[in-house]
Design a protein around this ligand. Structure first.
Ligand code: FAD
Length: 364
C-alpha cells in the first residue's frame, strides 16, 4: 500500500492506535500510523493483565462482557495472522488476608454477576507464603502487549503504513475541502491515539485527569517457581512473561520523567514481594510509564468537538488490554459507516461536564 493513498492518519502506535489501524486496514481502509522512534510507553511496559473481577468491590468493570469477547477474538486473530503468541488465558490467585475479605469473596461467589469468575478458596502453593488464602479468579488472561505492538509495528512497516515522527497539532492543516494535510499528504481523518499526553498536546483541559506513573520490575525466579499460568495478586502482581516474571505495578503521582521509575517504587514492590517470598530471585531491571487516565477512568473515543475531521481514542487507563479491541471496533464503525458511537464513549459528554463545572465555579 502506498502511504500517499492513506485515508486515515493515526497518531500513536500503542495498543489504541495499533488496534484501530488493524480494524481499519482489515475493513479495506488505508492508514498511516505515526509514532515516535521506540521508547517506553504504557503499552510496552504494561503487565498485560485482564482481570474480570476488579477494584475494591471485586466485580466486573465497565462494559466487561463485550470487551472480553472482543479482546479474545482480536488477540487470537492477531496471533494467527502475524504468527506469534501473546494472549495467555490464566487463573488469578488473589490474596485474601482477613475474615472480612473472605466473607466478601463468598458473597461474590453467590452474586450472579460475579459467580462465573469467582472460584474456590485454596491454600497457597508451597513456595509462596501468601497471607490468608488464595481466591481463584477464572476467565482472566495475560496479554504480552509489547510483543503484540512490536509485531504490529513490523506489519505496518511492511505495508509502508508506519512513519517514525512526532506530530504536533500545529503540523496538521485543515484544507478548504475538509481534508487534513500533514507533510504534503491529505487525509479524511486524523485520530489521536497518543496515550497520556493527549490533553497536554492538544491543549484540551477537559481531557485532563490525575495521571499516574507505574513501575514494573523484571525478575528472574528459580526455574520451577510456580506454574507459569498462575498469576499472583497480593495488592501487587506477579506475572510470568516468557523467561522472566514481572512484578508490578506502583501508582506514583509525581515523576521526573515519564519513562524513569520514581526512586522509591522499586523498593516498594520488592518489599511487598519479600513479605511473601523467601526464596532466591534476581531483579533484572525496572521500567516505568504513565497510564492514560481520563476523568471517570473510562475509555473515550469519537469526534473531537471543534476540530472537524479529528478524532481521539484514549483514556484506556489501567485496563487498555481489555478495552482497546472493543473501543477501536466502535470507532472503526463510526469512521467507515458513520455509525453512532455508544454515548458513554463520546468526548462531547466530557466537554459538557467540564463546561458545567466551570460555570458553577464562575457563579460562586
Ligand atoms: C506500569 C503499567 C502497568 C499496566 N498494567 C496494565 C495491565 O496489567 N493491564 C491492562 O489492561 N493495562 C495495563 N496498563 C495500562 C495500559 O498499558 C494502557 O491502558 C495502554 O497501554 C494504553 O495504550 P495507548 O495506546 O492509549 O497509549 P500508549 O501505550 O502510551 O501509546 C501512545 C503512543 O503514542 C506515541 N505518541 C504520543 N504523542 C505522540 C505524537 N505527538 N506524535 C507521535 N507519537 C506520539 C507515544 O510515543 C506512544 O507510543 C498498565 C500501564 C502501566 C504504565
Amino acid at each position: 500500500m502506498s502511504t500517499e493513498a492513506a485515508q486515515h492518519l493515526i497518531i500513536g502506535q500503542g495498543l489504541a492506535g495499533s488496534a484501530l489501524a488493524w480494524h481499519l486496514i482489515h475493513a479495506g481502509q488505508n492508514c498511516l500510523v505515526v509514532d515516535r522512534p521506540l521508547g517506553e510507553s504504557a503499552s510496552r511496559v504494561a503487565a498485560g493483565l485482564v482481570n474480570p473481577l476488579l477494584g475494591r468491590k471485586i466485580k466486573p468493570d465497565w462494559r466487561q462482557a463485550e470487551c472480553l469477547e472482543a479482546a479474545h477474538s482480536y488477540y487470537r486473530a492477531t496471533e494467527a495472522e502475524l504468527g506469534g503468541s501473546w494472549w495467555d488465558c490464566c487463573e488469578i490467585w488473589r490474596e485474601l488476608a482477613d475474615e472480612d475479605q473472605l466473607a466478601f469473596w463468598q458473597q461474590r461467589r453467590e452474586d450472579p454477576l460475579c459467580a462465573q469468575f469467582a472460584g474456590p478458596l485454596l491454600p497457597w502453593l508451597p513456595d509462596w507464603e501468601g497471607k490468608g488464602q488464595a481466591a481463584i479468579t477464572y476467565g482472566a488472561a495475560v496479554l504480552h502487549a509489547e510483543q503484540l505492538v512490536n509485531a504490529q509495528r513490523n506489519w505496518l512497516k511492511s505495508k509502508q503504513s508506519l512513519c517514525e515522527a512526532q506530530i504536533l497539532p500545529s503540523d496538521i492543516e485543515t484544507l478548504a475541502s475538509g481534508k487534513l494535510r500533514w507533510r504534503e499528504q491529505e487525509f479524511e481523518s486524523v485520530i489521536w491515539c497518543n496515550g497520556f499526553e493527549i490533553a497536554q498536546q492538544l491543549k484540551l483541559p477537559w481531557l485532563e485527569s490525575r495521571l499516574s506513573q507505574g513501575c514494573i520490575l523484571d525478575l528472574k525466579m528459580p526455574e520451577n517457581f510456580l506454574a507459569p499460568e498462575a498469576v499472583l495478586h497480593f495488592g501487587h502482581w506477579l506475572v510470568r512473561h516468557g523467561e522472566i516474571w514481572r512484578l508490578g505495578a506502583s501508582y506514583d503521582w509525581v515523576w521526573s520523567s515519564p519513562g524513569e521509575p520514581s526512586p522509591t517504587a522499586p523498593q516498594e514492590l520488592l518489599h511487598s514481594l519479600n513479605q511473601r517470598y523467601q526464596g532466591e530471585y534476581q531483579c533484572l531491571r525496572a521500567r516505568a510509564a504513565v497510564r492514560p487516565i481520563i476523568r471517570y477512568s473510562q475509555p473515550v473515543a469519537g469526534a473531537l468537538p471543534g476540530m472537524p475531521g479529528q478524532y481521539m481514542l484514549g483514556g484506556l487507563g489501567s485496563r487498555g488490554c481489555t478495552t482497546a479491541p472493543w473501543v477501536s471496533q466502535q470507532l472503526t464503525k463510526l469512521l467507515m459507516q458513520g455509525e453512532e458511537l455508544p454515548a458513554d464513549l463520546e468526548p462531547i459528554a466530557l466537554l459538557r461536564a467540564y463546561e458545567k463545572r466551570q460555570s458553577k465555579l464562575a457563579a460562586r
